[in-house]
Design a protein around this ligand. Structure first.
Ligand code: C2O
Ligand code: CU
Length: 508
């Protein structure tokens, strides 16, 4: 879509939102309280002074070591707990973290080997762990009501409840890719991810290894999030019930999404990374609840995209800007070799204003040798064609179709999520053509288990998440492979997801 027609749609979106404002104050893109173009949601402002930009060094999440390994499997352990972090200088922030850190530790799996992650939950609330982008059996997929119980009281749960440690077994019969793991608790995913429950899970394979891409300390994951802070340094989030024990949801001004005013990359505000004048690989993930970014680099630097959500592209694609919705991943190479030491290259967000228009900075500090390459041919990936589709379906993400605690819900095909309602029953091993549409505001569509390719789009490769502009649609070829069973699809605006914009599908 051209920039012009997108803007026209955004305007239509704010008009539609204005029409709805009477019920409970929905504010959509372009709305008066919204400072982020292209993101559904309302801005939440920090109650303390935010630090200057490009001061904090970029943290790199530690790679988790297996506790044991055998012929076929690597075993890991993670404890989810409350901890203190110094995110803003001199300020202590309470986080809920995997091993007490935000982002959580990075898990690195080798394709074809099994990975078992044992999660312990020392948080006061129930959790569910989802490996986003993973080809995982349904009982290990982090279904929203398949919970590991917490240490505190809570109510209103109906699914399977585990007390004590819980093993998640990942077959990972899939190519090298940048996945991430995050909380998926029914009704409370938004606030629990916001408090810090998100980390990278990379899959590597021999093909990727053979390409000669930048690696080692020149292969860096970048998790971009936005947050707001309370005066006492805590994360600020408009939960109806801040204990997250019983009542789900956010206050009425934020039902379209929560947008923070402080951009964090790997948990640091507007950080800076010192780089050599060489090629770097950045695995960019937008782990924000509601914010979308249009990333660019100044000083004439560009991104060379080598991978999408589910792994390498066939060929590299040069991009001046990257439009990245929540949960999408862009695997890119940035070549700093043309820059002299001392040069600063800033990553900006074309959808932001003020502080949210900046993301992070790179400073070239030294020359270095570089034997990395960007081959013209990256990976031979299966190309789906529309004639393979054995069924066609329509999925509509919109507002209305039910109420909860006096608030209008977000729905899929007019129905709020229930454990029983199944929107589609695709057959294992088949390809279907799905037309997914968004009404009222933007919605990033995400489906578990199944990868897809987007028809008629500049976005290439295998994906699990696609942004839909307000009023927009995407035509997807979706391949259902790996496992039979019940999984979810949902909007990855986490406030929408928590207000029921989710549905089951069952692979039969
Ligand atoms: Cu990233 Cu169902 O989630
Ligand atoms: Cu949505």
């Amino acid at each position: 879509m051209t920039a012009l027609s997108r803007r026209a749609l955004l305007t239509a979106g704010s008009l539609a939102a204005a029409g709805l404002a009477g019920c409970d104050g929905i504010i959509a893109s372009g709305g008066a309280n919204n400072s982020a173009q292209g993101s559904a949601g309302s801005l939440l402002k920090s109650k303390l002074d935010l630090p200057g930009r490009f001061q904090a060094p970029l943290p790199i999440p530690p790679v988790l070591k297996p506790v044991r390994t055998d012929g076929t499997t690597d075993y890991y352990e993670i404890t989810q707990k409350v901890a203190q972090a110094e995110i803003l200088p001199g300020v202590s922030t309470t986080v809920w973290g995997y091993n007490g850190i935000f982002p959580g530790p990075t898990v690195v799996s080798q394709a074809g080997r099994r990975t078992v992650v044992t999660h312990r939950n020392e948080l006061p609330v129930p959790v569910s762990v989802h490996l986003h982008g993973g080809k995982v059996a349904p009982e290990h997929d982090g279904y929203p009501t398949d919970l590991i119980m917490g240490t505190g009281p809570h109510s209103g749960h109906s699914g399977r409840m585990t007390t004590g440690p819980r093993d998640y077994v990942y077959g990972l019969d899939q190519p090298a890719a940048t996945l991430w793991y995050h909380d998926h608790r029914m009704d409370f995913t938004g606030p629990q991810v916001y408090r810090g429950l998100a980390g990278f899970h990379l899959i590597r394979d021999d093909l990727e290894e053979s390409l000669g891409l930048p690696d080692g300390d020149r292969d860096i994951p970048l998790m971009i999030t936005d947050r707001a802070f309370e005066a006492d340094g805590g994360f600020r989030y408009p939960s109806v019930d801040p204990s997250l024990a019983n009542t789900p949801g956010v206050t009425s001004d934020y039902v379209s999404g929560v947008l923070g005013d402080c951009i964090l990359v790997n948990g640091a505000p507007w950080p800076v990374l010192e780089v050599a004048a060489a090629r770097y690989r950045f695995r960019i993930l937008n782990a924000s609840n509601a914010r979308r970014y249009e990333l660019s680099l100044d000083e004439g630097a560009t991104f060379v995209q080598i991978g999408s959500d589910l792994g390498l592209l066939e060929r590299p694609v040069r991009r001046k800007t990257i439009e990245i919705a929540q949960a999408e991943r862009y695997d890119v190479i940035v070549d700093f070799s043309g820059f002299p030491p001392g040069r600063q290259i800033t990553m900006r967000n074309g959808h932001g204003r003020g502080g949210t228009a900046d993301v992070m900075r790179f400073v070239v500090t030294r020359t270095a040798s570089d034997d990395s390459r960007i081959p013209d041919k990256l990976a031979a990936r299966e190309q789906l064609s529309p004639d393979q589709a054995v069924a066609e379906r329509q999925i509509v993400f919109a507002r209305g179709g039910g109420e909860k605690n006096g608030m209008t819900l977000w729905t899929v095909n007019g129905k709020p999520f229930t454990e029983d309602y199944i929107v589609a029953r695709p057959k294992l091993g088949t390809v279907e053509k799905w037309t997914v549409r968004a009404l009222n505001v933007e919605h990033p569509f995400h489906i578990h288990l199944a990868g897809f390719q987007i028809l008629n789009s500049a976005q290439q490769g295998w994906k699990d998440t696609v942004n839909l502009d307000n009023g927009g649609k995407a035509e997807l070829l979706v391949k259902f492979a790996g496992y039979r069973g019940k999984y979810v699809l949902h909007c990855h605006n986490l406030e929408h997801e928590d207000m029921m914009m989710m549905a089951n599908f069952e692979v039969v």
